[in-house]
Design a binder for this molecule. Structure first.
Ligand SMILES: Cc1cc2nc3c(=O)[nH]c(=O)nc-3n(C[C@H](O)[C@H](O)[C@H](O)COP(=O)(O)OP(=O)(O)OC[C@H]3O[C@@H](n4cnc5c(N)ncnc54)[C@H](O)[C@@H]3O)c2cc1C
Length: 479
């Protein structure tokens, strides 16, 4: 049964529609459908309609009306999130608020190495805007063609360049936020030094839409690397990943931009399942690393640094094989392979996914202990750990045993996840390095935060959102 709004809600909705105009309101079932299901197709919801404001003032008006009427708001960017954070619940009583129309770049200040952008800008477009100004905006991840910067900031996204430039929260100097009651906080400061009390923007970064709507941000830019020296290497064993990482950071003067671990068989799976992906090695090695060093000039210095690093790593037995792309095309192919391993795993059957982090030095131990733990629980299970070793972040994914029906395997999802999280937590790790908590890890959060930490989180939530209207049911576990 579709939800029937009461008089107060109906009145609020008609005021919201009047404020937004026809371009800013969607309630047609077909048009809404893609926005009511999350990117993993785990959560599906319903809603009163989707508001698509064109500017900050409209967001403020919608929130003020919703606040008075007690309407719940689900903020949404590109809807690429992996934890169900942008999907409304099944009641049909929530209002989706999608920022896609707020996609202007307000300012690029090349001398200040900043750009001021609206929340609905697509990440890839912003990388292009920075590049046109001979600058780098380093946030880069698989969903960059459709995710929005507002969603990236709200979920504190990471990606492939964190080892050098940090997470989304490290890339922000200022924010504009509309609070749940409709007040606008203009914190769009472009300062690298500002010691005037609490750093409020950090409260909203990573808050997953539970405290307010991010409408604009001042983003940090960096010198655009003129050279990228890339290598795909096979390493002697898992421990070598950490040693090689240490060496690569030192040898490059910390210009190491990416350091991605992939099991050798993942490259085979990519070639088998994903058109255009090619395993470049003749042998299936146990472990491979895709690494990239950035350089400020086109004189080949980064490549020379990379080659000399690899030479000594070969001599010391750390690296046993390597492919160095000779052209931009070949480099693109290697990065395509890195992206393809994600799709390849999907084609191999059902998966249980994790997004954990541990101190970098503990990555090999984490993988070994998690492998042993899941094998004990389910003989034949196929661990598929890959990810951003440079940040201690492993997407510790599991593929179903070949002879087990998918449904049976997925029936063990919670138990497997619990066990893998146990291993990460025992090594001072986190159950979410990148994707956030959303709906899917809310209960798990309860066992990895202390009572004091949970209390502080809940206090902040009720301070900013006393009526509990912003993205209810997400991120913060019920008391
Ligand atoms: C193929 C693929 C690869 C990925 N790889 C990586 C990776 O390498 N590293 C990584 O960190 N992540 C990765 N991700 C996850 C990615 O970080 C998120 O999908 C993305 O940051 C979310 O952006 P979005 O615009 O789609 O937000 P949505 O999915 O729409 O929303 C995400 C959360 O933010 C909230 N929100 C959205 N916009 C706003 C706003 N303006 N104000 C307040 N709250 C808001 C939503 O309510 C929700 O809780 C990947 C995802 C995919 C699909």
């Amino acid at each position: 049964m579709p939800y029937t709004p009461n008089d107060t809600e109906r009145d609020a909705l008609s005021r919201i529609r009047a404020c937004l105009g026809p371009k800013g309101w969607v309630d047609d079932a077909d048009a809404l459908a893609p926005w009511l299901i999350d990117s993993r197709r785990v959560y599906e919801g319903r809603c009163l309609g989707m508001a698509r404001p064109a500017n900050t003032q409209e967001v403020a008006e919608i929130l003020a009306i919703a606040y008075q009427a007690g309407l719940q708001i689900v903020p949404q960017g590109g809807n690429t999130g992996r934890v169900g954070g942008a999907t409304p619940d099944a009641t049909g009583r929530q209002l989706l608020l999608n920022l896609a129309r707020m996609n202007s770049v307000r300012d690029v200040d090349a001398a200040n190495y900043t750009m001021t952008v609206e929340a609905g800008c697509i990440l890839k477009d912003l990388q292009g805007v920075a590049e046109q100004a001979d600058r780098l905006f380093p946030l880069s991840l698989g969903a960059e063609g459709s995710c929005q910067i507002g969603g990236n900031l709200a979920s504190n996204a990471g990606g492939i360049n964190v080892v050098r430039y940090g997470n989304a929260r490290d890339l922000v100097l200022g924010l504009e936020v509309v609070l749940p009651d409709g007040r606008i906080w203009n914190g769009l400061r472009r300062l690298r030094k500002d010691n005037t009390g609490y750093d409020l923007k950090q409260i909203f970064l990573g808050s997953e839409g539970t405290l307010g709507i991010i409408t604009a941000a001042v983003l940090k830019l960096f010198p655009l690397p003129k050279e990228r020296a890339t290598a795909l290497v096979a390493i002697a064993d898992l421990d070598t990943a950490v040693t090689l990482l240490e060496r690569a950071r030192s040898a490059s003067g910390d210009a190491l931009m990416s350091f991605e671990l992939m099991p050798g068989f993942a490259l085979d799976w990519a070639e088998k399942h994903v058109e255009g992906a090619k395993q470049p090695f003749e042998t299936t090695y146990d472990w491979t690393i895709l690494m990239e060093i950035g350089g400020p000039r086109t004189d080949g210095a980064a490549r020379i640094a990379l080659e000399s690093l690899l030479e000594s790593a070969f001599e010391d037995g750390l690296v046993i094989d390597a492919v160095l792309p000779q052209s931009e095309d070949q480099r693109t192919q290697i990065w395509f392979l890195r992206e393809a391993i994600v799709e390849a795993q999907v084609r191999e059957g059902a998966q249980v996914k994790h997004d954990v982090s541990v101190p970098v030095s503990q990555v090999p131990r984490f993988i070994r202990e998690a492998n042993a733990a899941v094998a004990e629980m389910m003989p034949g299970i196929r661990p598929y750990p890959f990810g951003h070793v440079g940040d201690g972040n492993i997407h510790y994914n599991l593929s179903q045993p070949i002879d087990m029906p998918a449904a049976e395997f997925l029936g063990h999802y919670a138990k497997l996840q619990h066990r893998v999280h146990d291993v990460a937590l025992s090594l001072d790790g986190s159950i979410s390095a990148e994707h956030g908590i959303g709906r899917s890890k809310r209960d798990e959060l309860l066992r990895c935060k202390s009572a004091v930490e949970l209390d502080m989180m809940r206090s902040l939530k009720s301070l900013f959102d006393p009526k509990g209207l912003m993205n209810p049911g997400k991120t913060i576990p019920d008391a």
